[in-house]
Design a protein around this ligand. Sequence first.
Ligand SMILES: Nc1ncnc2c1ncn2[C@@H]1O[C@H](COP(=O)(O)OP(=O)(O)OP(=O)(O)O)[C@@H](O)[C@H]1O
Ligand SMILES: [Mg+2]
Length: 328
Amino acid sequence: MEQLSRKQVERLTQAFRDRKIVVFGDLMLDEFVWGDVTRISPEAPVPVVEIRRESVHLGGAANVLGNLVALGAQACVVGVAGKDAAGERLRASLRDASPLQSDERIVIDESRPSTVKTRIIAHSQLVVRADRELRTPVNGRTEDRIISILKDALRDADALVISDYDKGVVTPRILAEVLPLAYDRIPVLIDPKIRNLASYRPATLVTPNHHEALRMTNLEEDSDFGLHRAAQLLREKLNCDAVLITRGPGGMVLVEGDGEPVYVETAAREVYDVTGAGDTVIATLAAAMAVGASMLEAANLANHAAGIVVGKVGTATASSEELISSFR
Ligand SMILES: Nc1ncnc2c1ncn2[C@@H]1O[C@H](COP(=O)(O)OP(=O)(O)OP(=O)(O)O)[C@@H](O)[C@H]1O
Ligand SMILES: [Mg+2]
C-alpha cells in the first residue's frame, strides 16, 4: 500500500481538531487491582492478594472515545451505565476525558449493572478476572432515550461510530432509527458483533476482526483469499460501502466497493499488549474519514495508530504527534 507522507499526516491530524465524532456503544470500565501474595488463604487453597494499588481505564466504546481525544478530535459517547458506583466513576472518567462529554449523554438504567472487568494482578501475573455485566438487550424505555440523545448529538456531528461489544446496548431498533439519518450526511463506521449483523445498515465502513468476519460468513480459511471472500460476502450481505477486516499480527484487508482487496501489513515494530487495538483502529478511521480522507488513507493512518498502541502496555491510545512521527 502506498504510504502517506509526513506532511499529509500533519495536514490530516491538524484537521481533526475541528471535527466532532459521536460514538455509540457498550461502555466499559477496566479495573486493575495490583498487589502481592504472601500466603494462601485458610478458607480455601487460593492466594490472598494484599492490595497495593488500584486503577481504572475506559473500555469498550469509552476507549474509542479516549482514542479519538488522544488523536485531537472532538468526541462524545452515548451509552448506558447502571445506577451504581461504577456508573458514577464511568461518567466522571468520561467527563475528564472529553470536554464535549456531558452526563446527559449517558442513560442511567437502574435495571442493569455498569459493565466492569476487574483484573487482579500479583507479581505481574493475572490471578483472576471478574466481570460484572448483563448482556440482555436494553428495555424499550432506555432505547427511546438513547434514540433521542443520539438524534440530538448527531445534529452537528462529522462521523458516527458504533462500538458494539455485544453487551446489549446496541439494538436493532436503535440502529434502524439512527443509521439512515446519519448515513445520509456523514460517514458511519461500525465495529460489529454477530448478534446484530443484519441490522448494521446503511453503513460506510464495517470493521470486524478476522475471527468475527469468518464466523459472520460461515467461512473457515484465515488467509488472504479467505478473508477477501469474507469481506466480499459481508459487503453483499450488508450493502455497506466498504469492509475492513483486522487480522492481528497479519495487519488488515480493505475491500471497497467491488474493487480489488488491499492488504495492509502491520506497522507494529514491537508488540507488548494488543488489548484495545481494535478500538484504536476504528477511532482513527473515523477521525480520518471525518476530515475527508479516502478509505485507503484512513486505513493507512489506522494501521500506524494500531502499530503504536500494541507497543504500549495496558489499554493505550496513540496521539497525533506519535502518529505523525511514525511516518517518514
Ligand atoms: N500481535 C500483533 N502484532 C502486530 N500488530 C498487531 C497485533 N495485534 C494487533 N495488531 C494491529 O492492530 C490491529 C487491530 O488488531 P486486531 O485485529 O487484533 O483487532 P481486534 O481483534 O478487534 O482487537 P480488540 O477487539 O482486542 O481491540 C491490526 O490490524 C494490527 O494492525
Ligand atoms: Mg474488536
